[in-house]
Ligand binder design. Structure first.
Ligand code: M6R
Length: 603
């Protein structure tokens, strides 16, 4: 995450850039900066922390933009990945006469940096971004052609990035490129103005038409021209800020469901190559001497942990157990120093999880928190923090926090398995290949959304829901049931499919809705038998599967996939949308359900 903005025009460039960054602050606020080019002068401001610090710096300076005159500017709010949050590491990054802002990660920056240093370029930051501006100048010094140099530069970059670059050698231009990280470009309401931003929120009110760039599109903008490397399609920008915050979705929950595909890419960025999983945050010997992994969390985070407990034990060959934090705290647990203690929390503030973490720390265990909020209480207590990078989650019903947690935990399981030498390189490579397919599995297909919307009509009454699944699809069933009950207020339970016959099947009748998770690649025949048993007792069955299933009353067909974890994410989307659409029909508040709070800081 990081946010970038850019502007060409004759208004107050510094104000426009700073206001734009405020809209993007949720994307990161370790540090921020702007660079403005007017006439021959470039002014740069950088500040640590929130955008208000940058705003104060700009206000306190003697710098005054001449508003009637044309200027160009770029800005950035940072969420540090490479290099600590310092002013030197803050964007924009400078070469000799050019500046760049960048959102994403340049994966081959080490090689490029070495090459450029050998060619005499001096680097001042620890960031991956700085190579971009040096690379540009390296080419420009040879060919004196800014357009060509920018094209040569972007050709050399690997990873995910969106970039804005300005240079004194072409004082009226902003060069841009989008690959993997978002970028929107908009035409101002008045002529001769162009705006750039990582999302459309900063553009609302200023601009009329917008292009949401596709991957691989680059170009160059001046006040009077905008050139793209391919055809683009313009759409009209809405006027309301409320719409912008939700990016046009009806609810934050809906936006966050749709965002999952992108934020998973952010979660994996810089942590994955074709051959290995790298967590710079984790000590390379962490798993040495560890005989047990214990996971502890609440709510949805607990479900991610339960999913992970299957994956950890299966992949690392280390015993793994999971505890609900509020239970763990008071059970007088026996804690051994050879146990690795992992807590999971979106907020990092959940009181019970925090207390459990402190208990483990006090008992001398190695501790890790998998968390979405940097600088939260848990990140300050745990020995190691792994950030999930889901971005701010506003819907009380957790969605993207769960998918990012699950992916991070799966990656950790693979990294530990590698450290312990219990996974073959071939298997690791194939799991990594699968990980890279998750963003695709998490894309919401229109047909799936529409199917859930139509089906929601039928599932409003009755005396309750059972969500059933086996193995990792059991925690997914728990998560599906939690999503439904917390926003629709309908009674729902998640259950291990094989356990139904030990009691709950007594409830089966047409008014009992069974939502059956039937993956092709994990115990399909077993779950099929369990569903047949329920169908024989007249329960109303809604099956979710890539394989046709005749006995179902309703059927949601997911895309076929070649790994059960991809099926897991395909089904996750269905469960989230299904709950949301039922809730819409019932007229409840989707984002702020009754009786709940986003962060539970009381025990
Ligand atoms: O911030 P945390 O992940 O620690 O929060 C834990 C639970 O309170 C949270 O997951 C809750 O269950 C959500 N409302 C579920 O959607």
């Amino acid at each position: 995450m990081c946010g970038i903005v850019g502007y060409i025009g004759n208004k107050n460039t510094s104000e426009i850039l700073v206001d734009g960054l405020k809209e993007l602050e949720y994307r990161g606020y370790d540090s921020a900066g702007i660079a403005i080019l007017q006439d021959d002068k470039i002014e740069v401001f950088k500040a640590l922390g929130k955008i208000k610090n940058l705003a104060t710096k700009v206000d306190d300076s003697k710098f005054k933009i001449q508003n009637s005159k044309f200027s160009i500017g770029i800005g950035h709010t940072r969420w540090a990945t490479h290099g600590k949050p310092t002013e030197l590491n803050a964007h924009p990054h400078l070469g000799e006469y050019s500046y760049v802002v960048h959102n994403g990660i340049i994966e081959n920056y080490k090689e490029l940096k070495e090459e450029l240093q050998n060619a005499g370029h001096k680097f001042v930051s620890q960031t991956d971004t700085e190579v971009i501006v040096h690379l540009f100048e390296f080419y420009f010094n040879q060919n004196n052609d800014a357009d060509l140099s920018f094209a040569q530069t972007i050709k050399r970059l690997e990873g995910a990035y969106s970039i804005l670059l300005i240079t004194k050698s072409q004082k009226d231009k902003i060069f841009f490129m989008k690959h993997g990280s978002p970028m929107a470009i908009a035409k101002g309401k008045n002529d001769d103005e162009i705006f750039f931003a990582s999302s459309d929120a900063p553009l609302i009110g200023y601009a009329s038409d917008v292009v949401y760039l596709e991957d691989g599109v680059s170009g160059v903008a001046t006040s009077s021209s905008l050139t793209f490397s391919t055809d683009v399609s313009w759409t009209t920008l809405p006027d309301s800020k409320q719409f912008a915050q939700k990016d046009g979705y009806r609810f934050f929950m809906e936006k966050e469901i749709y965002e999952q595909s992108d934020v998973i890419t952010d979660s994996m960025m810089g942590r994955i190559t074709d051959e290995e999983i790298i967590f710079d945050e984790i000590d390379s010997n962490i798993i040495n001497g560890i005989n047990e992994i214990k996971i502890c969390a609440c709510g949805t985070s607990y479900h991610a942990g339960l999913t992970a407990s299957y994956l950890f034990e299966r992949l690392t060959k280390v015993r793994c157990s999971i505890e609900i934090a509020s239970e763990f705290r008071y059970k007088e647990p026996l804690l051994n120093k050879d146990t690795l203690f992992i807590v999971i929390s979106q907020s990092g503030e959940t009181a019970d999880t925090l207390e459990a973490l402190k208990m483990a720390k006090d008992a001398g265990l190695k501790t890790i928190v998998v968390c979405n909020v940097d600088n939260s209480s848990m990140t300050r207590v745990a020995d190691t923090t792994i950030l999930t990078r889901a971005g701010i989650e506003k819907g009380v019903a957790s969605t993207k926090a769960f998918s990012t947690q699950t992916v991070i935990l799966w990656m950790m399981a693979l990294a530990f398995a590698k450290q312990k030498n219990v996974i073959s390189q071939e298997k690791l490579k194939s799991e990594i290949k699968t990980l890279r397919e998750i963003p695709n599995s998490l894309k919401v297909e229109d047909s799936i959304h529409e199917k859930c919307r139509r089906l929601s009509k039928r599932y409003l009454h009755g005396h309750g829901f059972f969500f059933i699944g086996r193995d990792v699809f059991f925690p997914l069933a728990l998560e599906g049931a939690l999503k439904l009950k917390e926003i629709s207020y309908l009674h729902a339970e998640g259950y291990p499919a094989g356990e139904m016959k030990h009691g709950p099947i007594a409830l089966a009748d047409p008014e009992l809705f069974t939502i059956a998770l039937m993956p092709q690649h994990l115990h399909y025949d077993k779950i099929k038998s369990n569903v047949e048993e329920l169908s024989a007792r007249d329960s109303t069955i809604c099956a979710i599967s890539p394989l046709d299933f005749d006995l179902a009353d309703d059927f949601i067909k997911t895309k076929p996939a070649n790994h059960y974890m991809l099926e897991f994410f395909e089904m996750l989307i269905v469960l989230q949308i299904f709950s949301m659409e039922i809730t819409v029909r019932l007229g409840n508040d989707v984002d702020m359900p009754r009786n709940l709070a986003k962060s539970v800081t009381v025990e």
